[in-house]
Design a protein around this ligand. Structure first.
Ligand code: GUN
Ligand code: ZN
Length: 439
């Protein structure tokens, strides 16, 4: 075993969904805690006086004054090739795809370009405290290969996949059912479970795949028992009408994916803003997952996600930024917008529920909660050192906050990348806000 290191600071992590286990049972808080890390894993955690007593002799203790340690954030839906087109003006989904997204994704035919953007993207995630993400590539297998290589170099746990798209996009971005099968298989064989990398079969969305290609996606899911599937679902009303016209024999949008065997416990559907009651029931019954993407839904004017309805149907939900339709890499800013979306529907998003969604909830959504999501011993040591006084305003407001919940809420409303003092990946510091040159 490598020499353990003990980090001493305030500490917060989730134990479960507050809505299911009750608020009081849903988290662990140590005003003065210690987290012991070795070999990329959490070895011990608890109140400082208790952990100090059992700490192996000679363990180095790093004391972090005025800092809060939390698990790394988990982003359940994001597009790495859209990094440099974030903040593109004016359109809703279908025009936004045609006018901005497809031309940008064309550039990823070039592996050198893909490698550079993948590096920028991963570093930006780490600057924002996100240590795991479920990531769309483009249709180009070399771009996804480059992404995995960059992630592997940083040892980040990422789930990613090559987009499958064989119609309704420019010719230069189309594959075929046969080539998408061969390319996906090649990437699966090379990267799935290699180090910390995981593969997701990635049909872009129903309108850009023929029935033949969706059948190929289903076939891949059957051929391997632990692959992920990621796609988009019921984001925009025009999109939904288009799907109904393209697949008239299916009951609705979700039923298209269902028909091709794409629902299940490792299937993540981004958005799901306009689900019918029957679709929510089917999502719950198949244990399929929703990635809720607040900044994207507001930016593209897509609609307001109904979180309580998902809870009623016992659908697992994670949070996603959906960059580049999303407007921030920060999960704190994503929570900020998630809160407002629930406010508009007369529902209160409790700060501890929001924190759960960004950490353990994301891990549960991705079936990675045996390895990620909180700081319990045995988990992989992906964690953050947060600065709750990152700006003069945050500092003043935090001092004026009484309870833990209030402080957490202030962090979520005012915080962003400036609140991320350090990001640790598998026990190694991969981002340090104040000494970037020391990395
Ligand atoms: N639906 C199909 N493709 C996309 C995409 O790239 N972004 C979003 N937000 N929705 C999509
Ligand atoms: Zn998306």
């Amino acid at each position: 075993m490598t020499q353990p290191v003990a980090y001493r600071a305030a500490m917060l992590y989730s134990l479960g969904d507050p809505v299911r286990v009750g608020l009081d049972n849903s988290f662990v808080w140590h005003e003065d805690g210690i987290l012991v890390v070795a070999d990329g894993h959490v070895q011990d955690v608890g109140p400082a006086p208790e952990v100090l007593e059992r700490l192996p002799a000679g363990t180095r203790v790093v004391t972090l004054e005025n800092r809060l340690i939390t698990p790394g954030f988990i982003d359940t839906h994001i597009h790495f090739p859209q990094t440099e087109m974030i903040a593109s003006y004016g359109d809703q989904l279908l025009d936004w795809l045609n006018n901005y997204t497809f031309p940008e994704e064309r550039k990823f035919a070039d592996r050198t370009h893909a490698s550079r953007v993948a590096g920028l993207f991963l570093d930006e995630l780490l600057r924002n405290g996100t240590t795991t993400a479920m990531v769309f590539g483009t249709v180009h297998k070399q771009a996804v290969d480059a992404f995995f290589a960059e992630s592997d170099r940083r040892n980040t746990r990422m789930i990613a996949g090559k987009v499958m798209m064989d119609r309704h996009a420019p010719e230069f971005l189309l594959d075929t059912p046969a080539s998408s099968y061969a390319d996906s298989r090649e990437l699966i064989e090379r990267w799935h479970n290699k180090g910390r990398q995981l593969y997701a079969v990635t049909p872009r969305f129903a309108p850009t795949s023929t029935a033949e290609q969706l059948a190929v996606a289903g076939r891949l899911m059957r051929e391997y028992d632990d692959l992920y599937m990621q796609t988009h679902l019921s984001e925009n009303r025009q999109e939904i009408e288009w799907v109904k016209a393209l697949f008239p024999e299916q009951k609705g949008y979700l039923d298209v994916y269902d028909h091709f065997g794409l629902l299940g416990e490792r299937s993540v559907f981004a958005h799901a803003v306009h689900l019918e009651q029957e679709e929510s029931e089917r999502m719950g019954a198949t244990d399929s997952v929703i990635s809720h993407c607040p900044t994207s839904n507001l930016f593209l004017g897509s609609g307001l996600f109904d979180l309580p309805a998902a809870e009623r149907h016992r659908i697992r939900v994670g949070l996603g930024t959906d960059v580049g339709a999303g407007t921030s890499f920060s999960m704190l800013q994503t929570i900020n917008e998630a809160y407002k979306i629930q406010q508009l529907q007369q529902h209160k998003l409790h700060p501890m529920k929001a924190f759960y969604l960004a950490t353990l909830g994301g891990a549960e959504a991705l079936r990675l909660d045996d390895r990620l999501g909180n700081l319990l011993p045995g988990k992989e040591a992906d964690f953050l050192v947060l600065d709750l006084a990152a700006t003069p305003l945050m500092s003043a407001r935090i001092q004026n906050a009484q309870t833990l919940y209030e402080k957490l809420f202030v962090l979520m409303m005012l915080g962003d990348d400036r609140a991320i003092a350090e990001t640790y990946v598998y026990g190694e510091c991969r981002h340090r806000r104040d000494h970037p040159q020391a990395q």
